[in-house]
Structure formats: structure tokens, C-alpha cells
Design a protein around this ligand. Structure first.
Ligand code: AHR
Length: 507
């Protein structure tokens, strides 16, 4: 039996749990919007055409914030196409995803959806084909109270009050040659800085996100952030990070260690941002907005070209997720929480149908993919402060990320209720691990409230329309290997091979 130990201490606080860690992403892409969140005529559609089955699942998922409207889509988007009388809105080509955008959903509709879903909006402006003026225009429409051309247009369109969106992305992935309006770091840094200055003249307390690298494998990774921040440091609060993981050529060991790479990504960009701050003699710290992360079988997408025909809402990257994918997603959330002192916003990409925890069929049901479960449980249980988690674990070798610990974990402590929750993965492919959690620093009055595990004998098992509950969370002790004991100030549990667990202790 493999053994590991985790030591927790309520005095060793990383940072408060930030609700924005549990963000998601709705892009006008594939079926995320149309037949995803919005499907007038669907049996569950409300008076605004929103699927209430999807709204209920988004609430259950615990999503706190949603990035909108893209993504690659935003780099060719004209926001004004999506406002005003629906029947007069133009149909346009979306070059990013080679599809037809009908503009039946725009910011006014999305803001209604966000209110129903009870989520904050993170709004991305187009800095691909557009610039400072259009960013100011959409800001005037969205946030200016009244008495100007565009704020009055919003009011005429039915939204009397401004939307009060605080968090704005200055474009999307402009380091990527695939991006409409792709730029060099120098060009983008200048544009991001002048757009930020203009937006802040209109509303000084906006929180602005400059585009970082679209992946850590980009040749300009690090250098891009450095140049962009040299220009924009004083006027932005965040730099973005994007990372997608997949199992390459059956290398499950590396895939299960994806969070090792995410940790490295975060540490690299924090160091880069802080180095720019030091050069500029600034006391300000730039935080990270990890505003696209997930498992995405990108290599399958790259080998299957986009549809030839121009269609409305085609099926694009509707990845079906299995048990191993869910364990990795749970582990990526562990990594994000661990870095809560600097990663203060994050968005899983995306929410519905497009590499998503929620799937739908047009006219049919909605269901939870495997990756839904660790996200929902983490969002529900991570409360209070994130604690430093000292882990003593066996390690294993991976082809991609070198040596990786078999056990990864993070814990949160809610001083108000006394609850402590530990989120843990076992990455070992063969063996259960007996984990001891040392709680002696909390005193003797903590005991196990509940413990939930996601695993399966079949790591490729998935949820489908016909079998939507095939993979779900189960009480740890209902799993043959999932023993759980407590003695004084220690808890001992046996974590099944390839599993994700959330253990909650209370007074
Ligand atoms: O989430 C899918 C796509 O991935 C987004 O549109 C883009 O920003 C990223 O490359």
C-alpha cells in the first residue's frame, strides 16, 4: 500500500477563497449559446428563450462569473449587431469558427441570462479588428448610466439601469497567429495600454485584463507578458493565462499530472509580472486571470477541419469527458485554489456543449458531464481561507512533466463555521493510497462530516444522453477501497487509484 501524509494548520493561510475562481465561459461558438443556453421553443425555454434546464444546471455547478462573448469569436465581433430589435439584426460570418452568427443573442440578452443564473459578467472587447473607440462605445452602452447616445440606446432597448460590469478583457489571445487581428507583443501592449487608459478615464475603478499567452507552449511565452506589461502595467490589474490539457498517445501518467504544468505556468507568469514590476519600481502587483482552462482534446480538433458549409450553431468541439478527465479537472481546480493569492479570477472553458461540463440536445435533455462533479463540489465546499498544504507523497516519473507527486491536495478553512475541506487526487494508476491528514493544529474537536469520491473501475466511462448518471460522486466509504477512520487529531482515508475526493470536516 502506498502511503502519504498531509499536514494542515489554520494559521498558514494562502489567501481567502475568491469566488471568481469558479468562473466559466460562454462564447458565441458552436452550440454554446444557440441550443446551449438559448433555445426558444425548447420545452424548458422561459419567456426570454433561455433553457431553464441549463440555467438550473449552471446554478448547481456553482458558477460565479461568466466570460462573454469570446474567445476567438470576439476578435471579429461587432457588439452593436447584437442589440436592438431582434428581427433587424444582421446575420454575419464568424471567421473564427466558420459559422453564421445570427445575433439573436447579444449583450442585453446575455445580461438577462446572467441575472437569472446569478453570475457576474466578465466582458471581452474586440481588439482584433477593432480598437479604442469601439471599446469605449461598448463600455458606454453597457455601463454609462444615462443621457448619452449609447446609454440611451441601451435604455430604449429595455435596460434602464447600466449593467455595472467591472471586469473587462482587453481582447483575446492576440499572441496567436490564428487570431483575427493577431499582433506582436509590442503592437498589442501599446493598444492594450491606450484602450485601458481610455476605459479608465470613463470609469476609473474598472478591473482590466491584458492578454497573456494563449498557452505555455507558445514560442513567445513569458516574453509576450513581459513586453505587454512594460506598456500596460500601470493601467491593468490582470494578465490572462490560457491552458488546455489532453491525454496524448495514451500517456495517462503525464495527463494525470497536468496540474504540475499549471503550477509551473502560474509560477512563471507571477515571476514575469513581478520582474516587470521591479523594473518599473512599482509597488503594484499584477494578478492572474486564468480565464480559459480545461481538458480539451485539441489534437482531435486540429486533425478535423471546421465545417465546409456556413451553418448556424454547428457542432464544434463537443468533447465527451471520461473519469480520468474529471480527475484532471478536479486537480486543475486544486492548482488554481493553491494559487489564490495571485490567481484571483479563472474561467473554465466553456459552460455548455463546447468542451463543457453541461451538454444539451436541441429539443432534448440537458445532462452533466463527468467534469461537472469536481467543479460543482469544489465550488460548493471551498469556503473561507485557502491553507498552505504540506504534502509528503511518493512520486512517479512522467514523460511530459518530470517527477510528479502521486498525491496532490489543497485545503480550505472557514473560520466562521469551523469547516475544513480537503480536496485530494490520487494520480497512481494501479494503487490506492492510504492518506493521513494531520489536523493536530486545529485541536481535537474536528470530525468527518462527509467525504465524496469520483472514480470508476473503467477510467474511460462517460456520461451520455442515454446514461447521464453513469459517472457521479459517491460517498468515499461506498467505494470498495475507500476506508475512512479518525483517531484523535488525525484522519486516515484510502484513496482509490485515479480518483478525486472532497473530504469535509466540521466541529
Ligand atoms: O475555448 C475555445 C477557444 O480556445 C477560444 O475561443 C480561444 O480563445 C481559445 O483558443
Amino acid at each position: 500500500m502506498l502511503r502519504a501524509r498531509v499536514v494542515l494548520n489554520p494559521a498558514a493561510v494562502v489567501a481567502p477563497v475568491n469566488r471568481r475562481t469558479f468562473g466559466s465561459f460562454v462564447e458565441h461558438m458552436g452550440r454554446c449559446v444557440y441550443t446551449g443556453i438559448y433555445e426558444p421553443g425548447h420545452p424548458s425555454a422561459d419567456e426570454d428563450g433561455f433553457r431553464t434546464d441549463v440555467l438550473a444546471l449552471a446554478r448547481e455547478l456553482g458558477v460565479s462569473m461568466v466570460r462573454y462573448p469570446g474567445g476567438n469569436f470576439v476578435s471579429g465581433y461587432r457588439w452593436e449587431d447584437g442589440v436592438g430589435p431582434a428581427e433587424q439584426r444582421p446575420r454575419r460570418r464568424d471567421l473564427a469558427w466558420r459559422s453564421i452568427e445570427t445575433n439573436q443573442v447579444g449583450i442585453d440578452e446575455f445580461a438577462k441570462w446572467a441575472e437569472k443564473a446569478d453570475v457576474e459578467i466578465m466582458y471581452a472587447v474586440n481588439l482584433g479588428t477593432r480598437g479604442v473607440q469601439e471599446a469605449l462605445d461598448v463600455h458606454e452602452y453597457i455601463n454609462h448610466p444615462e443621457g448619452t447616445e449609447l446609454s440611451e440606446r441601451r435604455r430604449t432597448n429595455g435596460a434602464e439601469k447600466p449593467y455595472g460590469i467591472k471586469l473587462w478583457c482587453l481582447g483575446n489571445e492576440l499572441d496567436g497567429p490564428w487570431q483575427t487581428g493577431h499582433k506582436t507583443a509590442e503592437e498589442y501592449g501599446l493598444l492594450a495600454a491606450s484602450t485601458a487608459r481610455a476605459l479608465k478615464s470613463a470609469e476609473p475603478d474598472l478591473e482590466l485584463v491584458a492578454c497573456g499567452s494563449s498557452s505555455s507552449t507558445m514560442p513567445t511565452f513569458g516574453a509576450w507578458e513581459s513586453t505587454v506589461l512594460e506598456h500596460a502595467y500601470d493601467v491593468v490589474e490582470y494578465v490572462s493565462c490560457h491552458a488546455y490539457y489532453e491525454e496524448h498517445d495514451g500517456d495517462l501518467g503525464s495527463f494525470l499530472a497536468s496540474a504540475v504544468d499549471m503550477d509551473h505556468f502560474v509560477n512563471s507568469i507571477v515571476a514575469t509580472a513581478d520582474a516587470v514590476g521591479a523594473r518599473l519600481k512599482s509597488k503594484k502587483k499584477i494578478n492572474l486571470s486564468f480565464d480559459e482552462w480545461n481538458v480539451w482534446y485539441l489534437s482531435r480538433f486540429q486533425s478535423a477541419p471546421l465545417p465546409k458549409e456556413w451553418e448556424v450553431a454547428p457542432r464544434v468541439i463537443e468533447d465527451q469527458y471520461n473519469v480520468a478527465d474529471a480527475v484532471v479537472v478536479g486537480n486543475l481546480l486544486i492548482s488554481l485554489l493553491r494559487h489564490s493569492d495571485r490567481v484571483t479570477a479563472a474561467c473554465q472553458a466553456q459552460l455548455v456543449n463546447v468542451i463543457a461540463p453541461i451538454m444539451t440536445e436541441p429539443g432534448g435533455p440537458a445532462w452533466r458531464q463527468t467534469i461537472f462533479h469536481p467543479f460543482a463540489r469544489t465550488a460548493a465546499l471551498a469556503k473561507g481561507d485557502v491553507l498552505e498544504t504540506r504534502i509528503d507523497s511518493p512520486t512517479y516519473e512522467t514523460a511530459r512533466y518530470g517527477s510528479a507527486p502521486v498525491i496532490d491536495a489543497v485545503a480550505t478553512h472557514d473560520a466562521a463555521t469551523g469547516d475544513v475541506t480537503v480536496f485530494i487526487v490520487n494520480r497512481d494508476q494501479q494503487n490506492p493510497v492510504e492518506l493521513t491528514i494531520d489536523l493536530s493544529a486545529f485541536g481535537a474537536d474536528l470530525s468527518v462530516a462527509d467525504s465524496w469520491t469520483l472514480t470508476d473501475d473503467d477510467l474511460r466511462a462517460a456520461n451520455t444522453r442515454d446514461e447521464p448518471e453513469r459517472v457521479t460522486l459517491r460517498p468515499t466509504t461506498d467505494i470498495p477501497t475507500g476506508a475512512l477512520t479518525e483517531a484523535g487529531t488525525e484522519v486516515r482515508l484510502t484513496l482509490p487509484r485515479v480518483s478525486w475526493t472532497a473530504l469535509r470536516l466540521s466541529r
